[in-house]
Design a protein around this ligand. Structure first.
Ligand SMILES: [Zn+2]
Length: 139
């Protein structure tokens, strides 16, 4: 199935392709302050694929904090937090903010805390569970 999501103003669009149902993908929340403040929860599938389309890249904010192990994609125009991504050696992986999808009400238990993990461990863990992703900048 293809799960579509977009920010409030439509500047950022995500197509997330998966062979599993959203329930089977075990949506989860992250306990960090950023994710808690946004009320974000996540969908990802390492066997799936995502594409993130951006109409106006000047209106894309890549927020980073802490270990700088991911970029948090936020639309500057409407303020919506869309997805977390990792980019490495020309490849990209993402976890989609479930709240932007039609499955926003699915239960999403909290993942383990990251605190004890090194930056490298966090990145490797995410690459193993996040969806391979292509970023398309349309402008
Ligand atoms: Zn927007």
């Amino acid at each position: 199935m293809i799960i579509r999501a977009q920010c409030h103003c439509g500047n950022i669009e995500v197509r997330f392709k998966t062979g599993r149902s959203p329930q089977d993908l075990n949506p989860r929340t992250c306990p960090c302050r950023f994710c808690t403040m946004h009320g974000a929860s996540y969908l990802s599938d390492a066997q799936g694929a995502a594409s993130i389309g951006i109409r106006d890249s000047d209106q894309l904010l890549r927020y980073r904090f802490g270990e700088n192990s991911s970029d948090f994609l936020i639309c500057k125009r409407c303020g919506i937090y869309v997805a977390a991504i990792i980019e490495e050696q020309g490849r990209c992986w993402s976890a989609l903010n479930l709240r932007l999808t039609n499955y926003r009400d699915l239960e999403a238990p909290q993942v383990r805390r990251w605190r004890d993990q090194s930056r490298r461990e966090r990145i490797e863990f995410r690459k193993a569970v996040w969806a391979p992703t292509v970023m398309n900048l349309h402008d």
